[in-house]
Each structure stands twice: as C-alpha cells, then as structure tokens.
Ligand binder design. Structure first.
Ligand code: PMP
Length: 359
C-alpha cells in the first residue's frame, strides 16, 4: 500500500510515472535494456534527453535565448557554481536572505566574492519576503540571488523581483514546475530535481545566453555552464536515469494540462490546509499570509509536547514525513505537484480529529 508522503525531498512522484518506469525497467522500448544500462551517447538515451529538454521548454515556455542544462551536484553545489560562473570582472554579488537556504547560498558565495545582503527577513525570524521597495542593491553586482521558495520555513515569493540590468538568479528547487514562471525575467534559474521533477542526482540550470561568458578560470569543467552548454550537458556522464524519470514527470505534467492547470491544483490544495489553520488556534502558522508557500506548509501545535503523538497518529493513518526540519521543528507538510488532493484532505481530517481529542 502506498502512503501519503509529505516529505520535503526526495519526495512523492506521480504514480503513473513510477508504474511506467517499472514497466520499462528491463526493456526500454524494445532496446533490450534498462535506461540505467544505456550509453549516454547512444541514440536511445539521446532521444530520451532531447525529449525531456523539449518538454521542459514547453512546460516553462523557456525562450530560445536560454540554455537548459541537466547537471549533477544538487542545489548546494550550485551555490558555489553560480558565483564561479558569473563573477568574471566583478567582485560583489547581492543576496536576499529569506531563510535557511538563502543562508546556505550566502555562506558558499562568500568563498568566492564579497556578498552584499540587499535585504533580509531575519528581523522577523524569516517569516516573510521583504518587499522589493526595501531592497538595497549594491553598485554593479555580478548578479542578485534569491531563493524563491524557502523549503524549511515555507515562505514563497508570490511575485517576481525586477532587478533591471542586474541578472536575477533564483534557487527554485522546491517550487519549480508548481506554477508558470516568466523565465525571461531571470538570468539564471536552478534547482535540484528531488522535489517536483524526479529523483535526486539531477540539477536543472536554465541560463540566459549572454551570461555564459562570465566564468572564473577556476570553474571546474563539469560545472562550467558554457562548456556544458556546448556539450549538450554531456561533457561528463549526466545522471541518465534521473533525466529519464524527470522526462516522464514532464510528460505527466503536460498530460495534466501544463503548469497553469497544476498551479490551480496547488492553490486549491494549499488553501485547504491554510484555511483550516486560520480557523483554529490549536495549530499556528507563523508565515505572513501573503508569503505562504503552496509547496511547504509549516505549522506548530499550540502545545509542542504533543508533536510526537501527532506524528505517530499520522503515521498510523498512512501519512508520513510530516516532521518539521530539524533547524526549526514543528510540523511541515510538503505538498508538491504529485501529492493528490486526497492526501491533503486526509491530513486536514486527521488534524481536526487530533484537535478534537487533544484540544
Ligand atoms: N535549496 C533549496 C530551496 C532546497 O530546498 C534544497 C534541498 N532541500 C537545497 C537548496 C539543497 O539541495 P541539494 O541537497 O540537492 O543540494
């Protein structure tokens, strides 16, 4: 029996994707082998990678002057790869600090450049996104970095920053493909796959062509965007099986009607949870209403001593991975694209039941 898996990542994947992968495990399309066993340079795998890229471009309406790269290393590696690829000729980069993942990006960037904090939500314990009017960019930074969905606290940009000529770089790991985005507003978009795209091991980078000539000479080839772009992301062996599964997820998203349809579902799913949280004092959500994440819904029980009982009861009802991140505690329900409405309904019903018994 499958559970409702509320993990923040690696996370739930669409069941039809897993079934298809299982059916194709031993013999992909008459090739007589598993995708895992294919040469990344063979025509079968090239066709898989090409289709995955084409479908992703369709889903996000990626303009033709952007490269799509399928790399390794995850978003944490990208925190170093971003400055290495963008700093040539400049020594400062701007960061907006909205929480734990922003902090990790900042810490890493400091190894390569002077980091200027253009805005920070630390004054209110990272429960909101600072309004753009309060941002103070530096003079001529190489780029400005944001984390558009802070997975740990559950804080999401519901708007796109406008940084003018400063290239806008976004870590979208935990909400990419959950809603349409205007890619043209960004210089670079990156994210690990293991939330909304597929298995861990694949890192997506979408980069505007004119930013491909700014890498520091120390940039490792495997992480050098223009070298990887020239090699169609195959300068090294790419994470082939993860690309294949992500490709199946992209097909599934297109079959659902694309990101506008998915967004409406995500609005409905998260609203069900937040509406309930707003009607009770037994559970509390700390995040400012207009900045609440549709993907990672965080809340606390009024009496935190009941957290363990809450999590145990959820597990007995087939709802798992609801424990908040160790950095902040509390409860976190990650409700990515592949989480069905039924999972959210089951969670709210259980929350109500628990409140009635313990409230
Ligand atoms: N950024 C965000 C927003 C994340 O949610 C995560 C993973 N939870 C990371 C970065 C780090 O990703 P990885 O572990 O794949 O390096």
């Amino acid at each position: 029996m499958r559970v409702f898996n509320f993990s923040a990542g690696p996370a739930v994947l669409p069941e039809p994707v897993l079934s298809q992968a299982a059916a194709e495990m031993l013999d992909w399309h008459g090739s007589g082998m598993s995708v895992m066993e294919m040469s990344h340079r063979g025509k079968e795998f090239i066709s898989i990678a090409d289709k995955a890229e084409a479908d992703l471009r369709t889903l996000l309406a990626v303009p033709s002057n952007y490269k799509v790269l399928f790399l390794q290393g995850g978003a944490i590696a990208e925190n170093a790869i971003v400055p290495m690829n963008l700093l040539r000729g400049r020594t400062t980069a701007d960061y907006v600090n909205t929480g734990e993942w922003s902090k990790k990006s900042i810490k890493e960037a400091k190894k390569y450049c002077t980091v200027h904090i253009a805005a920070s939500a630390e004054d209110k314990d990272f429960t909101y996104v600072p309004a753009q009017s309060a941002w103070k960019p530096s003079q001529d930074p190489a780029y400005l970095h944001v984390c558009t969905n802070e997975t740990i606290a559950g804080v999401e940009y519901q708007w796109t920053p406008d940084t003018g000529d400063i290239p806008l770089v976004a870590d979208m790991s935990s909400h990419i493909l959950s809603r349409p985005v205007d890619v043209a507003r960004f210089g670079v978009i990156y994210g690990g796959a293991q939330k909304n795209m597929g298995p861990a091991g694949l890192t997506l980078v979408i980069v505007r062509d004119d930013l491909l000539d700014r890498a520091l000479p120390i940039t490792p080839s495997a992480f050098h965007w223009s070298e990887q772009a020239a090699a169609d992301s195959m300068l090294n062996t790419p994470p082939t099986y993860a690309i294949y599964i992500a490709g199946l997820v992209f097909e599934w998203l297109l079959a659902q009607g694309g990101l506008a349809v998915i967004e409406q579902r995500n609005i409905a799913k998260s609203a069900l949870l937040y509406d309930y949280l707003d009607r009770t004092s037994f559970y509390r959500s700390a995040v400012r209403c207009e900045d609440r994440s549709r993907m990672n819904v965080t809340f606390r029980l009024a009496d935190e001593a009941q957290d363990d009982a809450f999590l145990k009861g959820a597990g007995q009802r087939g709802m798992v991975q609801l424990k908040g991140h160790r950095a902040v505690g509390g409860i976190r329900a990650s409700i990515y694209n592949a989480m069905p409405m039924a999972g959210v309904e089951a969670l709210v019903a259980y929350m109500r039941e628990f409140e009635q018994r313990h409230g």
